[in-house]
Design a protein. Structure first.
Length: 93
């Protein structure tokens, strides 16, 4: 199974910590060991926004709550998930 949870990195929080927090908050899963898969820079055409997206692969994810904010909490298949966190507070240019 592949899925994405996203959110902002809080002040003083690492990208990995944000992934763990957001996976639990958004999808009801506790992500295991994370492997970084990419960092993406996204800029608005007219400079109206600029942010970074950090992508990770979680080899194992365990359901810890029956759902989350956006999904029903069921994990068909292997239980493998992808999670992403974005730093929406990046300097706009």
């Amino acid at each position: 199974m592949s899925a994405a949870a996203s959110g902002r990195i809080q002040l003083g929080e690492s990208a990995q910590d944000a992934v763990h927090r957001e996976a639990a908050e958004e999808a009801g899963f506790e992500a295991g060991e994370l492997t970084p898969t990419g960092i993406y820079e996204i800029r608005g055409e007219n400079g109206s926004y600029h942010f970074l997206m950090f992508a990770f692969h979680a080899g194992i994810a365990i359901q810890v709550t029956p759902g989350g904010h956006h999904v029903n909490g069921r994990a068909p298949g292997s239980g493998r998930r992808r999670a992403a966190a974005s730093d929406g507070d990046a300097d706009p240019r």
